[in-house]
Design a protein around this ligand. Sequence first.
Ligand code: 13P
Ligand code: SF4
Length: 319
Amino acid sequence: PAEQQALKQDIRQLLRQEDAVLVAHYYCDPEIQALAEETGGCVADSLEMARFGRDHSASTLLVAGVRFMGETAKILSPEKRVLMPTLEATCSLDLGCPVDEFSQFCDQHPDRTVVVYANTSAAVKARADWVVTSSIALQVVTHLKEQGKKLIWGPDKHLGHYIQQQTGADMILWDSACIVHDEFKAKGVEDLKKVHPDAAILVHPESPDSVVQMADVVGSTSQLIAAARDLANDTLIVATDKAIFYKMQQAAPDKLLIEAPTAGNGATCRSCAHCPWMGMNELRNMRDVLKTGSQEIIIEEGLRQRAVISLDRMLTFTP
Ligand code: 13P
Ligand code: SF4
């Protein structure tokens, strides 16, 4: 519609005017992903968003995603202005891991190395020894295990359990989950597989163990997109946020992509698997923040300096 076109035109112009670049996650609405690509920004997983924002020369980053992604960008680039379409866009994992409680939990196990998922507040990152995203978690934990370290893992219990199974590392898990991925049902995937016996099953590791166990490929958003391109199967059942289908279909134009069910019977639920906080990113609020400079991420410098240590460990890690 004409209104959308006008908003996009305003955003293109404001990005140039404000020396800003758009950094978007694969779970943002397709029109935002397309705009990021078209304007020289990036669409990526949470690890690549962090790298791209840190390395880009723009003085303003407009981060379309959820709050921890904007905070990560600011921690890595304190000299840049980091705006988000709305600071209300949080994440159930971040909400499920308040720093005081998590810190107490860590204090009870002082002999353990603290590894946290990137989906956490700056304060939790500051308490941690390592930050990881799902695309690098297995390699980092394997490395720590080889060094003989015992670990605390937070906050996602499903990802933690998956990594524990894969690496055999000694890990104590914090008890939290992603409200989107936690809804995928093994029974529904099983029923769907009966209808499409040749389909491959692609699963993000924030999903429950029963679903992960059925997977042909388990991986981060970027790893699932790469798998969609590379697998020989013509049909793919995908258990992650449905906004990923925009890039996944580009990567695998001739394949049939089917949403994994969030209900017990094999019927796909067309509008279920979409992160409500990712959905808060809209063209309108993107335009507004570029105009007004509101919704800026601010992190106290002392906290930032503590949080950047665990984040830098991840970014400089080579397996
Ligand atoms: P990725 O690091 O795989 O992009 O995951 C981020 C996320 O929030 C998944 O729910
Ligand atoms: Fe957080 Fe889940 Fe949303 Fe990812 S999909 S941002 S883990 S609530």
